[in-house]
Design a protein around this ligand. Structure first.
Ligand code: NAD
Length: 290
């Protein structure tokens, strides 16, 4: 897609970070924008600021882990603008410790937002786009964590691998039937956003029972601290939005915003192809577990 003017874009997780930067870029391109997020006040503020900057924007409070919310989002989009051309399944959260100590609530929350959120977006919006039979594009936000292998952030990594597989299947199945819907998957490394504070939007029904939560080992705490610092010095979200729009314009599937991380992907591919056991690319940086 090269001509964006007056097209309609829906962005989930649009009240912060990467989603907000994509929404602002959509508006700058002259698109009509529907922004969806679970964080009501941040969404209201985003819509207000975007409108003040001249954007045509409709905010819809949405929990992407709930199918009925995503159906409502589609209805509000069609009621407001009559069609949809770009969909960004972007909302995402992270938490947890080593996989056997992460709680069931952690698993349900991350799978619900990161994976089911993307599934709901696809199930609800693809039939609308197919019926429309116009040029469309879907971008699913995965992560570099979908491509590389290392200890920590296990649930998050599982969900992002699933989003990558889902996106590849979607690409193949839409191409196979000659649909006018293009697909991309966004695979960022560290970006300076609020994802490390994802707990701010954790639903009360999925809060951890303190009795289930094991204390993080000093090693895991140190790894978390490294992750937080990496985010703070990560790419500005606006730069990620630039990469996304370049990919949409060129109909590029894999959106790699941190090309310097490609050797880690190569390392994993070599492990698999040579049938060697997984190499931890961060081994030199990892503190001792205890
Ligand atoms: N920041 C990074 O370094 C990084 C790297 C790779 C991938 N990502 C991915 O980018 C995406 C955006 O995250 P971000 O880094 O901008 O974080 P962020 O926390 O700044 O933004 C995420 C947004 O998603 C919203 N959200 C959370 N749960 C939701 C739900 N159930 N329904 C709807 N909205 C919900 C939050 O309210 C927030 O506004 C996520 O999918 C994340 O996994 C981020």
């Amino acid at each position: 897609m090269k001509d964006y003017k007056d097209k309609v874009a829906v962005i989930t997780g649009a009240a912060s970070g990467i989603g907000r930067a994509i929404a602002e870029r959509c508006a700058q391109e002259g698109m009509k924008v529907v922004i969806a997020d679970i964080e009501k006040e941040a969404l209201r503020k985003t819509a207000k600021e975007m409108k003040a900057a001249g954007a045509q924007v409709v905010p819809v409070v949405t929990d992407v882990s709930k199918n009925r919310d995503v159906e409502r989002l589609a209805k509000r989009t069609l009621d407001a603008y009559g069609s949809v051309h770009l969909l960004f399944n972007n909302a995402g959260v992270t938490t947890g410790t080593v996989i056997w100590e992460s709680t069931l609530a952690d698993w349900k929350w991350l799978l619900g937002v990161n994976l089911w959120g993307t599934i709901h977006g696809i199930r609800v919006f693809v039939p609308i786009m197919l019926k429309q039979d116009t040029e469309c594009h879907i971008v699913n936000t995965a992560s570099m964590a979908a491509l590389i292998s290392y200890p920590g952030r296990g649930i998050y990594t599982v969900t992002k691998h699933a989003v990558l597989a889902l996106s590849e299947k979607l690409y193949h199945e839409l191409s196979w039937q000659g649909a006018k819907i293009k697909v991309s998957v966004l695979l960022p490394g560290s970006v300076n956003t609020k994802i490390w504070d994802a707990d701010r939007n954790r639903p009360s029904a999925l809060q951890n029972d303190p009795r289930d939560v094991k204390e993080l080992s000093p090693g895991y705490q140190a790894v978390n601290e490294m992750g937080r610092l990496a985010l703070e010095s990560g790419l500005p979200p606006r730069q990620v939005a630039d990469c996304v729009f370049e990919a949409i314009s060129k109909d590029k599937f894999y959106i790699i915003t941190h090309p310097e991380m490609k050797p880690l992907l190569q390392l994993r591919a070599d492990d698999i192809l040579q049938e060697r056991n997984p190499t931890n690319p961060f081994a030199d940086l990892m503190p001792p577990w205890k």
